[in-house]
Write a protein that binds this ligand. Structure first.
Ligand SMILES: Nc1ncnc2c1ncn2[C@@H]1O[C@H](COP(=O)(O)OP(=O)(O)OP(=O)(O)O)[C@@H](O)[C@H]1O
Ligand SMILES: [Mg+2]
Length: 360
């Protein structure tokens, strides 16, 4: 995979968001073989505005279903933070993406040199620390407004070190090398396991980003060219997960192919074959109501489903301050959303249903 350093985020500066939220242009993003415009997520962008005003404390860790749109939002946020006068460092080791929108050329060049070396040596975990070090030096040199965004690094860093990394980011806030004006520190992950490890400490505030709300998702759907199934049907099977939409588009809208991909990628036949009769029975119940997992006999199974990135344990409250962007509904049986537990998308649930041999 090629390294994309400061890949151009092209902006249409004339294009303004609703409600005066996003004053910067909408970035354009890769989507299957297309380039599409960032849409919706107004509340999530408003949150960035708030953080830019107030600074973040403690570190903000964003967790959400795989493919719910964390990276897209963070890429749009780089533009927003730049507009607020921030120096921004962004890394995404898994996607080999690195941006350094910093005013000191020598630091930017050093950063890219080190990131390239780390990639050449397949030392992806090092990239997160390179970002940390450059941000430390930027604070020292500018004493200004600095943002560090670490996207999808926890998988490569590992669970234990992720917690230490978050602690290091908190140290940047609490014990900076120089007094700074503002600081924004964000780390995003779709790994449920690292979320637990991080949540044990006071070092981070964890917020969940859910799949897209219906009207925002419609805007994404409408950008896709060619013949496509009706929107309601696409909504029903994706639950607003943009990566599922991308997968469907890529395979010519064959839900069957996407299902098989999920089953193979997550090795679901092996998983279900390993279940005892009790767990199997709970899993069958969880197809109808994921909250069935929130029970004494269901919790070990729930943890395995979290590890497999099939479900998410969500806070029972839907107050906006706990979420990035719009929370999911309290309960939605059709989409597989419970009060405490939710399937990452209806297709994730369908994949499990299929391997269990249950009728749809
Ligand atoms: N608000 C949006 N506007 C336009 N495109 C979007 C939006 N959100 C997501 N996408 C597109 O949907 C796809 C999946 O989104 P993205 O990669 O941001 O998800 P993610 O949560 O970062 O996934 P992962 O868990 O794999 O890191 C990408 O092609 C992305 O460009
Ligand atoms: Mg991502």
């Amino acid at each position: 995979m090629p390294l994309r350093l400061n890949a151009v985020l092209s902006c249409d500066k004339a294009n303004k968001g609703e409600g005066g939220v996003c004053v910067v242009g909408r970035v354009r993003l890769g989507f299957a073989n297309l380039t599409i415009e960032f849409v919706d997520r107004d509340l999530a962008l408003k949150l960035i505005d708030e953080w830019a005003e107030k600074s973040t404390f403690p570190v903000q860790v964003i967790y959400g279903p795989e493919g719910c749109g964390k990276t897209a939002w963070l890429l749009q946020s780089i533009e927003l933070l730049k507009d607020h006068g921030f120096e921004v460092v962004y890394v995404n080791p898994i996607n080999r993406l690195a941006f350094a929108e910093v005013s000191i050329n020598s630091l930017r060049e050093e950063f890219f040199k080190l990131v390239k070396e780390a990639i050449a040596q397949s030392a992806l975990a090092r990239i997160a620390w390179i970002a940390y070090n450059v941000v430390y030096d930027v604070i020292k040199a500018t004493r200004g407004k600095v943002a560090v965004i670490v996207d999808d690094a926890f998988q490569v860093i590992g669970v234990k070190e992720s917690a230490l990394y978050v602690k290091a980011l908190l140290n940047l806030i609490e014990y900076p090398p120089e007094h700074y004006e503002k600081i924004v520190t964000i780390a995003a992950t779709s790994e449920g396991v690292s979320r637990y490890e991080i949540g044990r400490h006071r070092w981070a505030s964890i917020r969940i980003m859910w799949n897209m709300p219906k009207e925002g998702f419609r805007q994404l759907y409408e950008q896709l060219p060619g013949g496509k199934p009706p929107f309601e049907e696409v909504w029903r099977i994706t639950g607003g997960n943009p990566a599922m939409l991308e997968s469907l588009y890529r395979v010519g809208w064959s839900a069957e192919r996407v299902l098989r991909e999920i089953i193979a990628r997550k090795n679901l036949h092996t998983f279900t074959s390993s279940l005892g009769p009790g767990d199997r029975e709970v899993l069958v119940r969880a197809l109808e109501d994921p909250d069935a997992l929130m029970s004494r006999e269901g919790i070990p199974l729930m943890n395995r489903l979290i590890e497999l990135n099939l479900i998410i344990n969500v806070p029972p409250w839907r107050d906006e301050y706990l979420w990035v962007d719009q929370p999911p509904p309290e309960k939605d049986e059709e989409l597989g959303i419970g009060k405490y537990v939710a399937w990452q998308s209806p297709l994730h649930r369908e994949a499990v249903r299929r391997v269990l041999g249950m009728p749809g």
